[in-house]
Design a protein around this ligand. Structure first.
Ligand code: ADP
Ligand code: MG
Length: 794
């Protein structure tokens, strides 16, 4: 498999190499140009584009220009390998470039080239700190060439950018931003009700830095904008009581790989008895079923102390979520879709308000909207399958500028955790004695703290980082290459910051990376190893594993647990003994492969479910945009009203004055004299009477608003779409939970989900019409002092 990829990259690089030759041959020519002549190139390129030349054909010259400007402005002339990376990025693929190879500089070439189209061009990274740092450092290059740069995040994380500021930022030629800022801006932009507050350009081209972190590790995290709270109910508590009465295996089934959990037929029978309802699993009990699933998940998928903690807050006991990557409390974060309330019921906390989702999108689908998407990271190759499958991006390994000298030693494997701790500390002490710098990487905050204590006991001064203050951590991690420095870090800490070696360190063998456990994905191990040996520096990496590690207990073969139980006692209080047989090495490898596979499958599942939401969101957002920016079809309001009236009349078996009056007040007008007006009750006459009421009402508005009438209709429709869509988003989120309960009947949950999602969409379209009629007829319009139309919707 490896070999196959390798040779494929060989041919890919060969083709790219020919383009590189062209760029190299242009270098002397560019060097001979004056600053002013270089600057002029931007105008020339844009003209050539307008005359129909393609970006690909401009590429060699444009890259040669940027390269020369990089040199003049930053004093850094992009190496050949960086130009190769730049070509890969322009072609919409993923460039695997190791840490320290200079990805930031590489991106200047494709960003410049693609910005020549005057469409939106983004560099997306994981933290505000990195976005600001890279934008600030590279801006002089673009400015030299007459292009503008915007930063999509506020300097201070607590600050919010106003719509006006955002509009200005998104108008810049090149925008540096973070994945979360971009995602939320996209959602907020699509809640805007007028041109003035819309700022998002069409999503044309993005380079995602640390692409595996954003496009894979965070892919499932939905970005959610929450709205008003849902009505409180006792269902969470009922559901919780019932779930407590169940036994595993018998009443429900848990599938570790898909992380799905569902009731078996026995469990369903049990529920029907418990709630005395033979038809429990039907449409009518949507809410209860949803709560049952949420409660089941709360009990069996969420672990206290690992996923969340229970702490005393202002209002008694509260659930606080923990950040998976570093184990810290995520202050103020709540699980979506009612899962948080299910946990509260489980832990006997006060049940908080369940808020409704108003708008949401996952990172996967956010980035799939770009016309052209590319990425760069030190670790992408091992996930090439997934990048191809999900993002249609090839992963191409770019050779390093200088040969890699780092040595990656095979893992040291031990039976027990104490043996592993002792052995790894032993190595740390030896290296520290030589003053060789050490980066000690752990898989959790708990472990990083434990190692920190062990180091204190040994009187070894060190920095402890666990991924929270990106700016401060960047500073610490940058220091990690100094003589005698010891840095303990969780695996996400300081990503994106380069570790440069201090004086005299090279002679000592460079940076030592010591991994205290193998991580849940091979990519993360590779990231950690790659912190050492940048730009041809010496260095080494050594990972330690014990059979008690999470990775092994969760994903390892069963024989490993048996082996552990059998030998645990005899290993107590002995000096560490490494397990050197090949089967232990295979065990670790297989466990990590399994873990990687689970992660991948979960991401594909999310994507699969997300498909319906994606299609619907696209339709609705397009419709909104047409309304806001014009180009929408003229509405035949009276025809829609007629259809609503017909639907009402047809739905009534017994037309009486009371229901008709009610219909009128809820849909057509408030201005009807309740007691005196005579209402005909024959179908035909009634229809005419109601149509007369409606058209009279509408004609009055039209006469009053004159040329503003069209705007009024537009606003009424927009409001109808938004109200109905918000309901739909919320419903789809809940539906996802409910279909999980249907696995028992051998049904395909995806199919069920998409079927019901489509039905819900069709319902929603009807709801839009219903709401539109109400908005048109029951609203009041007036002019304010500034002569603007004001509309009061019912
Ligand atoms: P990466 O993101 O690939 O880990 P960075 O973009 O952070 O790497 O760059 C690492 C360091 O290398 C930076 O200090 C940068 O200034 C330097 N660098 C990058 N490219 C060049 C170059 N062509 N010439 C000189 N220095 C460079
Ligand atoms: Mg970087």
């Amino acid at each position: 498999m490896k070999h196959h990829y390798f040779s494929l990259d060989y041919y890919r690089l060969k083709r790219i190499g020919k383009i590189l030759d062209k760029i190299n041959s242009l270098a002397p020519q560019m060097q001979a140009l004056s600053d002013e002549e270089l600057r002029q190139k931007t105008t020339v390129f844009k003209e050539r584009l307008q005359k129909g030349e393609s970006l690909d054909s401009l590429l060699p010259e444009a890259f040669a220009v940027v390269r020369e400007v990089d040199k003049r402005v930053l004093g850094q002339f992009p190496y050949d390998v960086q130009v190769i990376g730049a070509i890969i990025l322009h072609e919409g693929n993923l460039a695997e470039m190791k840490t320290g190879e200079g990805k930031t500089l590489t991106a200047t070439m494709p960003l410049y080239l693609n910005a020549l189209t005057e469409k939106s061009v983004f560099l997306v990274t994981t933290s505000s700190y990195l976005a600001i740092r890279d934008a600030t450092e590279m801006a002089p290059v673009y400015q030299f060439l007459g292009l503008s740069v915007g930063v999509g995040v506020a300097e201070d994380d607590k600050e919010q950018l106003s719509a006006k500021q955002k509009k200005l930022i998104y108008q810049q030629d090149i925008v540096y931003t973070t994945n979360s800022a971009l995602g939320f801006d996209y959602l907020i932009d699509n809640l805007a009700i007028s041109k003035d507050t819309k700022y998002m350009p069409e999503l044309y081209y993005a380079i995602v830095d640390e692409a595996d972190a954003v496009l894979l590790d965070m892919a499932q995290t939905p970005l959610v904008i929450s709205g008003s709270p849902r009505l409180q109910s006792n269902l969470h508590t009922y559901a919780n009581d019932f779930i407590l009465s169940l036994t595993e295996e018998e009443d429900f089934h848990y599938d570790q790989e898909s992380q799905e959990i569902w009731l078996t037929q026995k469990g369903i029978d049990q529920a029907e008895r418990y709630f005395s309802d033979q038809q429990l699993f039907s449409e009518d009990n949507f809410d209860l079923i949803r709560r049952l699933v949420l409660s089941l998940r709360a009990h069996y998928l969420f672990e206290k102390g690992k996923d969340y903690v229970v702490e005393k807050g202002k209002e008694g006991l509260e659930i606080k979520l923990l950040d998976k990557s570093n184990g810290r409390i995520l202050e103020g974060n709540k699980l979506q879709g009612g899962q948080h309330q299910a946990l509260e019921a489980k832990e006997g906390c006060k049940i908080t308000d369940e808020s409704r989702a108003v708008a949401s999108i996952t990172y996967q689908n956010l980035f799939l909207m770009f016309e052209k998407l590319s990425g760069m990271t030190g670790t992408g190759k091992v996930a090439e399958d997934e990048f191809v499958e999900v993002y249609n991006m090839e992963v191409i390994q770019v050779p390093t500028h200088k040969p890699i000298q780092r040595i990656d030693y095979p893992d040291k494997i031990y039976t027990t955790l104490p043996e592993k701790l002792l052995a790894s500390m032993q190595l740390v002490k030896e290296i520290y004695a030589k003053k060789q710098p050490i980066l000690l990487v752990t898989g959790s905050v708990r472990m990083s703290e434990l190692y920190s204590e062990l180091l204190l006991l040994e009187k070894i001064p060190h920095n402890l980082l666990n991924a929270h203050h990106a700016a401060k951590e960047a500073e610490m991690i940058a220091e990690a290459g100094q003589l005698g420095s010891v840095t303990v870090a969780t695996n996400m800490a300081g990503r994106g910051t380069d570790i440069k070696l201090g004086e005299g360190v090279e002679a000592l063998g460079g940076l030592a990376v010591i991994g205290t456990e193998r991580m849940e994905s091979e990519r993360i191990d590779l990231q950690m190893r790659g912190r050492s040996g940048r730009q041809g520096d010496p260095g080494f990496s050594q990972f330690f594993v014990s059979l008690e590690d999470d990775l092994i207990t969760k994903n390892g073969d069963e024989w490993a647990q048996d082996y552990f139980k059998k030998h645990q006692k005899e290993r107590e209080n002995k000096s560490p003994k490494a397990l050197t047989q090949a089967r232990f090495r295979r065990l670790v490898k297989a466990a990590q492969e399994k873990s990687d596979g689970i992660g991948k499958r979960q991401r594909l599942t999310t994507l699969e479910y997300d498909e319906s939401v994606k299609v619907q969101r696209q339709l609705v957002y397009n419709e909104r945009n047409q309304l806001i920016f014009g180009g929408h079809e003229q509405l035949d309001a009276l025809q829609l009203i007629g259809a609503e009236i017909d639907a009402f009349i047809d739905s009534q078996t017994d037309l009486n004055e009371f229901v008709v009056r009610q219909f009128i007040f809820e849909n057509l007008t408030y201005h009807l004299d309740f007691f005196h007006e005579l209402i005909p009750l024959s179908k035909h006459a009634l229809r005419e009477f109601l149509m007369e009421l409606a058209s009279h009402n509408l004609a009055a508005k039209q006469a009053f608003l004159k040329e503003d009438y069209d705007d009024f209709v537009r606003a009424a429709l927009l409001k109808a779409i938004d109200e109905a869509w918000i309901e739909e988003v919320d419903y789809l989120q809940q539906l996802r939970t409910v279909v999980a309960s249907r696995q028992t009947a051998q049904r395909n949950p995806y199919f069920e989900y998409h079927k019901e999602a489509l039905a819900a969409y069709q319902e929603m379209r009807k709801e839009v019409h219903r709401l539109l009629v109400r908005n048109l007829l029951l609203s009041e319009v007036s002019y304010n002092e500034k002569d603007e139309v004001e509309i009061y919707f019912a």
